[in-house]
Ligand binder design. Structure first.
Ligand code: HEM
Length: 386
């Protein structure tokens, strides 16, 4: 009995000291380290760090209507940077739980971090995301690090070399023409009509990524896109809470929904990647290597074992590409169209340039070489005016 008590007490003291070390000692040491360099930040609170403030600031920002359209969107999408950089300077330290985050904004510093990263030899390793991100982006390129990242990158990169990207132009053109025809058909005979452009562009980029990366169409990926949209809401809500290790395994309402969405996405993807006589063209000797999906499927049976990837890894990469391929492009195009609608003089100039290169009513289908000649359009898309 006596020795049992001593053992229990030792264990309790050990865990107490360990907890004190990670939630008080390490944050204090980190703060002092940066303070000596003149870097400060919002006050650290044990366990939660600044998560509560981040959540409140974000909720307050989205509850206010946007005052007009402006590129200055930081206050809305991530108000903590705007607020804390005014108080503490452009470089500041803040806390997500017990994890320190250093916000940097000096271009030279940002460049150093972005360029000196990710490769196995890079100094700055990608931040370790919470495992929740897996439900949305998959356990693919976005999350992998070191040798596994380099391995997947080797398999996937050939799908995105410039020559291949140029081959996508007719496919993208086809999707664009189908979208425009649909708009015309749905609104035939109407003097004026409204289109929910954001939604339409989401369908458009979903169709493009399905075709160029997976050799299928929006209809085949439709269920994945729907499920990912719902998953995006669940994951972004969960990310606003402090991450408690193991919490994602508790059967809360949201966790159960996230599990079931993930399960269904995996099931649909299983079907898309499973071998079928007419679709499963293996990429061999440079043939049938057009689609990202084929490149990954071929890597399943690479002659060298260390170059192979398995079905689970392919599914995780597919999740990343379905999500990244649709969301980024659709939001980017929507924003560009909003700005063109706001600045009609630029809209007019951009239209003139397109007519000059592609002919009136785009009589000649634009080719990859033509796109390179669209100087003004390209400046608009890259926000490099003025
Ligand atoms: C306007 C459009 C886009 C923007 C602004 C954008 C932005 C980014 C950024 C900032 C990263 C780095 C993330 C990190 O390392 O943590 C990234 C990585 C990535 N993006 Fe995009 N992206 C865009 C379009 C796309 C599209 C269309 C695809 C898919 C076809 C895509 C697929 C990926 C992938 C797979 C990675 C991870 C690469 C790696 O780690 O090797 N992105 N993107």
């Amino acid at each position: 009995m006596h020795s049992f008590l001593i053992l229990s007490l030792t264990i309790i003291i050990f865990f107490f000291l360990r907890l004190t070390y990670s939630i008080l000692w390490i944050p204090r040491k980190t703060q002092l380290h940066f303070r000596r360099q003149g870097i400060t930040g919002p006050r650290y609170r044990p366990f939660v760090g600044n998560a509560g403030e981040i959540r409140e600031l974000a909720a307050a920002a989205v509850s206010r209507p946007m005052s007009g359209i402006s590129h200055d969107i930081l206050q809305r999408v991530d108000p903590r940077y705007g607020l804390w950089s005014v108080v503490h300077g452009r470089t500041f330290l803040f806390w997500f739980g017990t994890r320190a985050r250093l916000a940097i904004a000096e271009p030279e510093m940002v460049k150093e971090v972005l360029l000196n990263t990710s490769s196995p030899a890079g100094t700055f390793e990608r931040m370790e995301e919470t495992p929740l991100v897996k439900y949305l982006l998959g356990d693919g390129l976005f999350r992998l690090r070191g040798a596994r990242w380099a391995h997947h990158r080797r398999i996937i990169s050939p799908a995105f070399n410039m020559e291949r990207v140029k081959e996508w132009v007719p496919v993208m053109l086809g999707s664009t023409v189908r979208m425009l025809n649909k708009w015309e058909k749905e609104n035939e005979g109407k003097a004026a009509f409204e289109i929910e452009v954001h939604k339409e562009l989401h369908n458009f980029t979903a169709d493009v990524i399905s075709r160029v990366a997976f050799g299928s169409s929006f209809d085949e990926g439709r269920r994945i896109f729907q499920l990912q949209e719902e998953q995006m809401l669940n994951v972004s809500q969960a990310l606003r809470q402090v991450y408690i290790p193991g919490f994602r395994f508790l059967p809360t309402k949201r966790n159960r929904r996230m599990w079931s969405i993930d399960k269904e996405i995996q099931k649909v993807l299983q079907n898309i990647i499973k071998p079928t006589s007419h679709k499963d063209h293996q990429c061999r000797n440079g043939k049938n290597c057009k689609y990202l999906l084929n490149l990954m499927k071929s890597a399943r049976m690479h002659e060298r074992e260390e170059e192979r990837i398995n079905n689970r890894e392919i599914i995780e990469e597919c999740k990343s590409f379905y999500f990244a391929g649709k969301e980024t492009g659709a939001n980017f195009l929507t924003w560009a169209l909003i700005l063109l609608a706001e600045h009609q003089e630029w809209q007019h100039r951009a239209r003139q340039e397109v007519i000059q290169i592609c002919g009136h009513q785009c009589s000649a289908a634009p080719r990859a070489e033509d796109l390179a000649k669209l100087n003004l359009v390209s400046k608009i898309l890259h926000a490099r005016l003025g």
